[in-house]
Design a protein around this ligand. Structure first.
Ligand SMILES: [Zn+2]
Length: 483
């Protein structure tokens, strides 16, 4: 008995030693750099952003007026004459733009900065809720107000301001800087970013790295992280829609079989919801905590440094919130359901559509196969629905390559109080279209993102604080210097 007790005590002591040892050994991964003061003409940037908002380049399938995009592109030419005199500008598929700022050393692969000029519509009936009308482009109360002031005209304008300021300083880039402005990101990017990428591939252009929107500087959103957290997306989830259907002979509802087609499809969906895709803390989400863990208080630091022991507990916590759940698994959302034409007619066919967002560890083929297994009903058909845009998860970009190093360094120089970390983008951006023409693709804008920002993006009262706009311009200036 004594021997057993001694063995247990020894095991516990050893375990504690390992846990504490790993906690102490988890040292900061933050690049140590000196803050850099970058001078920015924020009033000029704000005035330009306000003008950009006044051209309502709304993008949705029913309302994509090409003339507005042509007007926006023409306005850019007038607003930034110096940029247009120094850079080569190509119009891709009539409405998207590709700029080339040729570098001093042609042997170096270029870098590619990506943004989009289209904005989501203002939901009908919500205009009155805006502090300033959504397309008035008002600068007031220390911010620029309007649809697109953040997503993503802030990036378009900040990149232009940055190039303009650098030219004025006599700066010439070492490597070529490419700037792509897509016109249909909000509806899939197939006519904009995808065509720009095709054009680059056809010219044999391959970038060292590309940067698009996708992740932000979180402000008080990550539990355990006191200061701002700059997350750089190194991959984004794929998106596919599967159609789940059942067929039946039909007939009158007075003499029904045990299951109708509607019942079969409903049971299939219920089985899927009862058995979600497995969750695990690996890949980009795990890397997030490798980087953030050492910056956190002791308890969090201990947990993240000991994922070998506590990984299950952490993952369990992450799955409790929809926002973090999406980073650790493929999610499934049944969004559409249709059956028979009349209440007293047995449906000959019923179908449902389920939107799957694919974690990088899954593929469309493996996900569909799992859905079939979970539904476990030979009478139910599971097929990829091809009437929408389907995409595989993006490859995971490197966290020790030149692009990531340049980005983390630049962020820490311009926003010194922020800690940096890689992450997984749960939605979709234009970035995925560029994975074939760049070694690495990153997703980050220096947007200071609060719980409030979340509601304003694609919602009411979208606005960009001037201090944040200043950081945007400073970030892109310093990024091009560091590239
Ligand atoms: Zn966007």
């Amino acid at each position: 008995m004594k021997k057993l007790l001694a063995a247990v005590v020894a095991a516990v002591v050893l375990l504690l030693a390992v846990v504490l040892g790993r906690t102490v050994a988890s040292t900061s991964l933050q690049p140590q750099v000196e803050p850099v003061a970058v001078e920015v003409d924020v009033d000029a940037a704000a005035a330009h952003l306000a003008e950009a908002i006044r051209i309502p380049t709304v993008s949705n399938p029913e309302q994509h007026d090409p003339e507005r995009f042509k007007a926006f592109n023409a306005w850019l030419t007038l607003a930034y004459p110096q940029v247009h005199a120094s850079l080569q500008r190509e119009v891709i598929n009539d409405l998207s733009l590709l700029y080339t700022w040729t570098g001093a050393d042609p042997s170096l692969p270029p870098v590619l900065l990506v943004a989009h000029s289209d904005v989501v519509p203002v939901e009908p009936g919500t205009e009155a809720g805006w502090t300033h009308p959504p397309y008035a482009g008002v600068v007031a109360d220390g911010a620029v107000w309007g649809r697109g002031s953040v997503d993503d005209k802030a990036a378009v304008i900040a990149i232009m301001e940055a190039v303009d300021a650098l030219i004025a300083q006599g700066f010439a880039p070492r490597r070529t800087v490419l700037i792509a402005v897509g016109h249909d990101e909000e509806i899939g990017g197939t006519q904009g970013a995808a065509r720009v990428a095709e054009h680059l591939a056809a010219q044999g252009v391959h970038a060292a790295w590309a940067l698009d929107e996708g992740m932000v500087i979180t402000m008080g959103i990550i539990p355990g992280l006191a200061g701002p957290g700059a997350l750089i997306g190194i991959s984004e989830r794929g998106s596919i829609t599967v159609e789940i259907s059942a067929e039946d002979e039909g007939g009158h509802s007075s003499m029904p079989p045990e299951h109708t087609a509607v019942g079969r499809v409903a049971r299939a969906i219920a089985r899927m919801e009862a058995d979600p895709f497995p969750a695990a803390l690996d890949g980009p989400a795990a890397q997030t905590f490798d980087w953030l863990g050492p910056e956190m208080p002791f308890g969090n630091k201990l947990a993240f440094a000991n994922r070998w022991l506590l990984g299950g507990v952490i993952t369990g916590q992450l799955t409790k919130k929809t926002t973090t759940n999406a980073t650790v698994r493929t999610t499934q959302a049944a969004t559409m359901f249709a059956g028979g034409p009349k209440e007293n007619v047995l449906p000959q066919r019923a179908w449902a559509r389920v939107n799957l967002r694919l974690h990088p560890r899954d593929s469309s083929a493996s996900a569909i196969e799992r859905v079939r297994t979970v539904i476990d009903d030979p009478e139910v058909t599971v097929a990829l629905y091809t009437g929408t845009i389907n995409s595989e998860p993006s490859p995971v970009s490197s966290t020790d390559g030149p692009g990531f190093l340049t980005l983390t360094r630049t962020i820490r120089e311009v926003v010194p109080e922020a800690v940096v970390a890689p992450g997984l983008v749960v939605g979709a951006t234009d970035a995925r279209h560029y994975t074939a023409v760049a070694d690495d693709v990153y997703r980050f804008n220096p947007l200071r993102f609060t719980a409030e920002t979340r509601e304003q993006l694609h919602g009411t009262d979208e606005h960009m604080p001037l201090e944040n706009l200043e950081e945007y311009v400073a970030f892109f200036m310093q990024l091009m210097r560091n590239a």
